[in-house]
Design a protein around this ligand. Structure first.
Ligand code: AR6
Length: 188
């Protein structure tokens, strides 16, 4: 576990479905009807109540699905987390299709929803870095920057966890984050 931004961003390794936080974020797809990876794990562990709410959202407010970069919130079902925030990361193409901006929007919009529901603790998976193929180092740079900026401007959420499924993914994030902080220090 490594802390950044005065302990308000914590990078750690684990299964996000185990996290006892106010909200966990799901790397969903625009259908909101489930899938593999972390999405599959959240629905399996959280039970059918989450899918029911996602279906309601589709029926009432999102007939065409959730656009990339946006986020919606449901209850956490049987999870320890009270809420699940579903966001759709960009599918990596060549880096010139607004992938960075869309990934940044996922973090910002998810944090906005968390704040709107007074969630003081939030856990994120590494959105888009699995099936969607976003290069991990670049995704780490976007995530670290977007979360840092949000925390700087807002007091809620108080603490954000970046949860990695493997030690290598975790280490890559920590290295990238340290490199960014070092570069900022060198500039000052
Ligand atoms: N806890 C924490 N991290 C996890 C877990 C877990 N239980 N399971 C996987 N990861 P992915 P994407 C990591 O593919 O790239 C789904 O089918 C994983 O190692 O889940 O945004 C959706 O329905 C990786 O680093 O999400 C979409 O169709 C990261 O979570 C599509 O995949 C994200 O991997 C979304 O693709």
């Amino acid at each position: 576990m490594t802390e950044f931004y005065n302990g308000r961003l914590i990078a750690t390794i684990g299964d996000i479905t185990d996290f006892e936080v106010d909200a966990i974020v799901n790397a969903a797809n625009s259908s909101l009807l489930g899938g593999g990876g972390v999405d599959g794990a959240i629905h399996r562990r959280g039970g059918p109540a989450i899918l029911q709410e996602c279906k309601q959202l589709r029926r009432h407010s999102l007939p065409d699905g959730l656009p990339t970069g946006k986020a919606v919130i449901t209850g956490g079902g049987r999870l320890a987390a009270r809420y699940v925030i579903h966001t759709v990361g960009p599918v990596w193409q060549d880096g010139n299709r607004r992938e960075d901006a869309l990934l940044e929007a996922c973090y910002r919009n998810s944090l906005d929803l968390a704040a709107g529901h007074a969630a003081t603790t939030v856990a994120f998976p590494a959105i888009s870095t699995g099936v969607y193929g976003f290069p991990r180092e670049r995704a780490a740079r976007v995530a670290f920057g977007a979360i840092g900026e949000y925390l700087y401007r807002n007091t809620v959420p108080r603490t954000v966890y970046c949860v990695f499924f493997s030690h290598d993914d975790y280490q890559e994030f920590v290295d990238e984050a340290n490199a960014i902080l070092q570069a900022v220090n060198d500039q000052e």
